[in-house]
Structure formats: C-alpha cells, structure tokens
Unconditional design. Structure first.
Length: 86
C-alpha cells in the first residue's frame, strides 16, 4: 500500500514531502537544521498526477555501507539489527 499526502492551503498545493521539507508561516528559526539523504532508483522517478505503473520489476543492488554512515540512522540498535539480517 502506497501512502499519499496532499495538503491544500487556499491556492498553495503541497504534493511532495521529502527529507528537507518544511512549510513555515510567520517568524520561524531553524537552528542546526540538517538533512541527509541517499536515493537508489531501479528505474527512475515518476512525477505528476494520475500516473499508472503496472507489472514493473525493479532491483537495486547496493552493496556499499554509505547508508550506515548517515546521521539519519537512529543509533547502535539499528546498526545491530542490520547486522542480524545478513
């Protein structure tokens, strides 16, 4: 099941929330805001409305450990869980 989020504020349409997204109204201060991301796509990206994709097969072989070096990891617990999967 793919979740979809769309926010409409009068004539402002927000259709994609990503790693570094923010909707800020008024006086806002983002101290030490950091974002890190890595994307692996098997066939690219689909953008727009009312798209359809059927019977697609994609595989990504990502043997590097770059993901583990990211600050997005929640700590040692997730690292140990990853090692258990191997």
């Amino acid at each position: 099941m793919v979740a979809s989020l769309q926010i409409n504020i009068n004539t402002i349409r927000i259709a994609d929330i990503d790693t570094g997204s923010a909707v800020a109204i008024g006086n806002n201060y983002f101290f030490n805001w950091q974002t890190h991301s890595k994307t692996n796509n098997g066939f690219g990206r689909i953008n727009g409305d009312r798209n359809s994709l059927s019977e697609a097969i994609a595989r990504v072989d990502d043997p590097d450990f770059q993901d583990m070096l990211s600050n997005e990891w929640q700590g040692e617990r997730d690292f140990l869980r990853l090692l258990e999967l191997e």
